[in-house]
Design a protein around this ligand. Structure first.
Ligand SMILES: Nc1nc2c(ncn2[C@@H]2O[C@H](COP(=O)(O)OP(=O)(O)O)[C@@H](O)[C@H]2O)c(=O)[nH]1
Ligand SMILES: [Mg+2]
Length: 202
């Protein structure tokens, strides 16, 4: 029979808290790119070449060099801290897949709404969706190289956001930048939860 020496005693392992975050926004705004930039697991993607049949429906105006589209969703994981793991679910960007949203939204802590200042209206639907369901979200302005830069406050006004909804300028291709957006969403959602609890307790 073997005995376990003191030195072999393992550090207690922390069971991480896992949180679910949605990544939403219009077609071609960078959702798949964002999930891929931070995910520790090979992102699960369901990209399909835009078919001729889908072409009249998929609005390609202003979306450069994009010939694939995510049909179901993007999925990824990032460990923010030893004890905090985020699961990322990219929502399908096309209106014809909206029936998947309610399933995806189940149990989510919060959301990132990605926006492109050249096509800001493409994220209105996502913002409406999360506002209506009181799901906390932050707006990530994906700063494409070719797009004009606007200060976060101008974007906030244009989107008519409630006070306190964070707006972060980001680069969906950059891991550190995306991490900052995700931390912002988690903080915002937790602050909202705390405020709601305090309000409920009078
Ligand atoms: N210049 C630039 N291109 C980007 C950025 N994010 C995404 N892209 C490109 O924009 C296109 C659409 O991105 P994608 O992630 O597929 O968008 P999705 O439809 O929201 O998933 C792809 O060709 C990306 O490589 C960015 O921050 N800057
Ligand atoms: Mg995609």
């Amino acid at each position: 029979m073997a005995i376990l020496g003191r030195s072999a005693r393992r550090k207690p392992t922390v069971e991480p808290v896992t949180l679910k975050i949605l990544v939403a926004g219009g077609f071609g705004v960078g959702k798949t790119t964002l999930v891929g930039a931070v995910s520790e697991i090979k992102p699960l993607r369901t990209e399909e070449t835009l078919s001729e049949a889908g072409r009249p429906v998929d609005d390609l105006v202003g979306v450069e060099a994009k010939s694939t589209t995510t049909v179901a969703m993007d999925f990824g994981r990032i460990t923010l801290r030893e004890d905090l793991v985020l699961y990322l679910f990219g929502t399908p960007g096309q209106d014809r897949f909206w029936f998947l949203w309610d399933e995806l939204a189940q149990g989510s802590l919060g959301a990132v709404v990605l926006a492109d200042t050249r096509r800001l209206e493409d994220c209105f639907a996502a913002i409406d969706y999360f506002e209506r369901r009181a799901i906390p979200f932050a707006v990530g302005v994906n700063c494409f190289d070719e797009a004009d830069r606007y200060p976060a406050d101008m974007v906030r006004q244009a989107l008519d956001l409630d006070d306190g909804v964070p707006v972060v300028l980001c680069d969906a291709r950059d891991r550190q930048s995306v991490k900052e957006v995700l931390v912002t969403v988690v903080r915002h959602a937790m602050a909202r939860a705390t405020a709601a609890r305090e309000a409920a307790n009078g």
